[in-house]
Design a protein around this ligand. Structure first.
Ligand code: HEC
Length: 484
């Protein structure tokens, strides 16, 4: 796992040729024929959704690499590297999406409007539109109440009739709100009615005052459980809290999200900006972990016998998974993870498997340059799109939609969506419905769009679909058209 193949091309000359951003590549090499705004000219429009020479990412890659001299399109292989061509595909996809989205309209939440989708029609009912700040996740109590986390550290009740309880639950553990981190996941134990356990995923660590006024935070994702008596958090037990030496000052990629199954809890510790650390089994970040629901390490975890490995690790090589869900039909575990630009993934999680970050990604750097990482000896290595021994995603999103929140629909209120996977997205402000057959995505549909950044999507015990939104901060639910 730590032996890397040498890069295919010599690094020196190659790396410097790579220091051109994708935007600059396009204007230098392509805009002359395809237009500054991709509108077309001597070559066709690249953003109208029509691809004469094949519309898959692979075919578009081929159109660029091989060209079509008869039609007047130069072959770009040899001039541009594969990574640069791959970057152009991502770039064209992003702009195609922007262009096509202009004509789309989805209803804003209003009790009177019905949204029609391919299989089901629904209305959006806003439950809470005031008083919640950066809500992150939702969980459901058997008495009809809900729990909602706020990123700054507060855990709150939503009453059974859907109103925000003004009284905050006190005594929950302190969180280090830092960058993307804070109080994140909340879930109730499957046997909550008997044992009362509520689990929280949070950014745990320290914040120190530095001279000159700037605080420095050191933190890592942790898991804690407790019970709630009235509005008081009690009986607290840490389920997962790494050695403080693994805390990071980075503000990014905390992960979290829980799945319970057969007495186990699966949870995510995000990459924390650690890049190659996620390939290192002696570090907890960039991993999905599995523990007994009381925090003990299961004896049959894949790395319990591996020297220096953190024994809770279930799978590794993850960047920033913020969706985790189990298929009710066959127990398959899936994550959705934020990739770099153009590399958001849906993965089927297998014990002991390596999901490749940052060695393998389908995305590029946010800067528009190919993705790279510090390899052995600190040499800059370019990421590749696949590699033996590392898992490929089941699906990926190009452009990135910023996946967040994931749940299988198992209820009866939307019968035609039964067992479909609901995928939330922040940047594209969407919920997508994926149909999965035999562990493969066979169709995909956007069922909600443009009402805010979707932080969490979850089916309630009532079979309705709850959506936690950021910007504006809201809690809403989808109800079948024709019902209240
Ligand atoms: C000299 C003019 C010219 C330049 C420069 C050029 N193209 Fe093209 N391109 C064409 C023509 C002509 C076609 C074929 C259009 C057709 O089939 O109608 C084409 C086709 C394509 C297609 C396939 C489109 C489809 O509908 O399937 C893609 C993708 C593409 N170009 C991308 C690029 C990119 C990326 C660059 C820059 C690296 C580039 N082109 C540079 C002229 C050009």
């Amino acid at each position: 796992m730590r032996n890397f193949l040498p890069p295919l091309l010599s690094l020196c000359g190659f790396a410097s040729a790579q220091k051109i951003k994708v935007e600059a590549l396009y204007s230098q090499y392509c805009s002359g024929c395809h237009g500054a705004k991709f509108e077309g000219g001597q070559g066709g429009s690249l953003v109208d959704g029509e691809w004469k020479h094949g519309s898959s990412d692979t075919e578009i890659f081929k159109s660029i690499a091989k060209g079509n001299l008869q039609l007047g399109m130069n072959p770009w292989e040899g001039v541009l590297t594969d990574d640069q061509i791959r970057g152009l595909v991502i770039f064209l996809r992003e702009n195609e999406k922007k262009n096509l989205a202009k004509g789309m309209s989805f209803p804003t939440p209003s009790p009177d409007k019905v949204t029609k989708t391919a299989l089901e029609n629904y209305r959006i009912v806003t439950l809470v539109d005031k008083g919640l700040k950066n809500p992150w996740a939702i969980a459901f109590l058997p008495d009809g109440r809900k729990l909602v986390t706020e990123k700054a550290g507060q855990l709150r009740f939503i009453t059974a009739d859907g109103k925000l309880d003004p009284e905050i639950i006190s005594g929950t553990p302190p969180v280090i709100e830092h960058g993307q981190g804070g109080l994140m996941e909340v879930a109730v134990h499957p046997d909550y009615a008997k044992n009362g356990w509520v689990y929280l995923g949070l950014s745990d660590g320290t914040r120190e005052k530095r001279e000159g006024g700037k605080d420095e935070a050191h933190c890592l994702t942790a898991v804690v459980r407790g019970k709630i008596k009235g509005h008081q958090w009690t009986d607290q037990e840490w389920i997962y809290r790494a050695d403080p030496k693994f805390r990071s000052s980075a503000g990014v990629h905390f992960g979290t999200r829980f799945v319970f199954d057969k007495g186990y809890i699966y949870f995510v510790v995000g990459e924390r900006g650690g890049l190659m650390e996620v390939q290192d089994l002696s570090r907890p970040n960039g991993k999905i972990h599995r523990l007994h629901d009381d925090g003990r390490v299961p004896a049959d975890n894949p790395f319990v016998k591996t020297k220096d490995a953190i024994p809770g690790i279930w799978s590794y090589g993850h960047r920033n998974p913020q969706g985790l869900a189990m298929d009710p039909r066959d127990g398959s575990l899936y994550d959705t993870e934020h990739g770099p630009r153009g590399g958001d993934e849906l993965n089927l999680i297998k014990p002991g498997a390596n999901y490749g970050w940052p060695v393998v990604t389908l995305g590029m750097n946010y800067s528009g340059m190919p993705m790279s990482y510090p390899g052995p000896g600190g040499n800059e290595m370019l990421s590749v799109t696949e590699k033996e021994g590392m898992e490929n995603p089941v699906a990926y999103w190009l452009p990135s939609i910023a996946v967040c929140g994931l749940d299988f629909y198992t209820g009866d209120k939307f019968p035609k969506w039964k067992n479909d996977l609901l995928v939330g997205a922040l940047a594209q402000q969407e919920i997508r419905r994926l149909r999965i057959v035999d562990k493969k995505v066979v169709s995909q549909e956007i069922i909600l769009k443009d009402i805010g950044r979707v932080r969490d999507v979850a089916m309630g015990p009532d079979g309705l679909i709850y959506v936690v939104l950021n910007g504006p901060d809201r809690l809403a639910r989808l109800v079948p058209a024709g019902t209240r």
